[in-house]
Design a protein around this ligand. Structure first.
Ligand code: SF4
Length: 393
């Protein structure tokens, strides 16, 4: 995992390395793991800067799986890598806050419980990577060192963070972790290129769980895999989450896949969140035209196979200043107002749904029919086995 830091815009102070960003502040909600407020990231400086993430609020709770969906370039990976300070220049955090609330029973060499991620020193960031927050990247082949056997990858992570473990204990822990993801001990002696794509990705998941982190970030972890292996890994992740209770941020462009694993989904477009809702509600009854477009362009989870319809047009140029709704040029329901004013993300309906769209002016009868559907009482747990069964049949 890279440990390079993301520079912040000049108007933010960066904590000197001998100061601490750890405090004893408590989260407003006891089960909050990560809180991100009004967070913005640019690539580059000045007039030519690309506004990749704009004023995003996000929170993740213990044991929750938060899915982040959107097309390439929507800002979903930039947001998460910036929050965890893993992006390189020319990315610049131009505003906002990000706080990690630490588990009480983890030894981080301090009694502090809150880490201001944007003010944290490299030492503080190193202490929480792997142990509190770990990341599984899209391409395991690139993430694993091609000249190291798998045993050495596990040994390095455990040796760095668990000085109390001897060589035999580290080996035993590696075997235990491989078993968790359904792999035999003999894989430890292999090099990455001797394993299948699914096996490599399972090894990345096992490495991510090596130190019992409270938050695991999955960045398109199954994108490079065939559809059957994808579904198997999603099922294994669901089981692991239920067993160990870690929270997860799962990033993907595949909204249908996300519904199988996420409790809640945030849909990003042009650097902002345009809809956030419980996963099953969002799947059954999207309220933002972009969410509807994403669902119409994904194979259905169950029922009849239908023709897929892509979203016409392209996302806006984020180096230009945006006026009005950023989805306007592609939206079949655009109103005159959409050209002038950007819709805010506001709560609608019960059940914690938020949407940024002027169509939701409080009058449901004004909504186009596809955005008026009722969410069925179907729980995500009912959807997933059907989806897996369809894939395997
Ligand atoms: Fe479409 Fe207007 Fe809603 Fe934007 S605000 S998604 S342009 S209807």
């Amino acid at each position: 995992m890279s440990t390079s830091s993301l520079p912040r815009a000049p108007h933010h102070d960066v904590a000197p390395s001998d100061e601490t960003a750890l405090t004893s502040a408590k989260p407003e909600s006891n089960d909050l793991v990560l809180e991100v407020k009004d967070f913005s990231v640019d690539y580059g400086w000045g007039e030519r800067a690309v506004r990749a993430v704009r004023n995003v609020d996000l929170d993740v709770h213990r044991s929750q799986v938060l899915g982040i969906a959107g097309e390439s370039g929507s800002g979903k990976s930039t947001l998460v890598y910036a929050v965890t300070r893993l992006l390189r220049s020319p990315a610049v955090i131009t505003g906002g806050d990000a706080r990690l609330f630490l588990e009480a029973d983890k030894d981080i060499g301090s009694d502090a419980r809150t880490l201001d991620l944007l003010g944290a020193s490299e030492r503080e960031l190193r202490s929480i990577r792997w142990s509190q927050v770990s990341i599984v990247l899209q391409s395991a082949l690139n993430a694993l060192n091609p000249v190291l056997r798998i045993s050495a990858e596990f040994d390095e992570v455990l040796r760095t963070h668990r000085r109390d473990m001897n060589r035999h204990q580290r080996r035993a822990r590696a075997v235990e972790l491989l078993e968790l993801v359904g792999l035999n001990e003999d894989r430890l002696a292999r090099f990455p290129h001797e394993l299948s794509g699914g096996q490599r990705q399972r090894i990345m998941i096992a490495l991510a769980l090596a130190l019992d982190p409270q938050l695991v970030i999955m960045d398109e972890p199954t994108t490079a895999l065939d559809v059957v292996t994808q579904r198997e890994i999603i099922g294994e992740l669901r089981d692991l989450r239920a067993r160990f209770g870690f929270a997860m941020i799962f990033i993907t462009h595949d909204l249908a896949l996300l519904v199988e694993i996420a409790d809640e989904i945030a849909v990003m477009y042009a650097g902002t969140i345009v809809e956030r809702a419980p996963a099953a509600s969002l799947h059954d009854a999207p309220r933002h035209p972009y969410t509807l477009g994403l669902l119409n362009s994904s194979p259905p989870l169950h029922g009849e196979h239908r023709e897929l319809v892509g979203i016409p047009g392209s996302p806006p140029d984020l180096a230009q200043s945006l006026v009005g709704c950023s989805f306007r040029a592609r939206c079949p329901y655009a109103l005159e107002r959409c050209a002038r004013e950007a819709p805010p993300l506001v709560g609608i309906e019960d059940g914690g749904r938020m949407v940024a769209c002027w169509l939701h002016d409080g009058s449901p009868t004004n909504l186009p029919e596809p955005l008026r559907r009722k969410a069925s009482p179907t729980a995500r747990d009912d959807l997933a086995p059907r989806a897996a069964k369809e894939v395997r049949s």
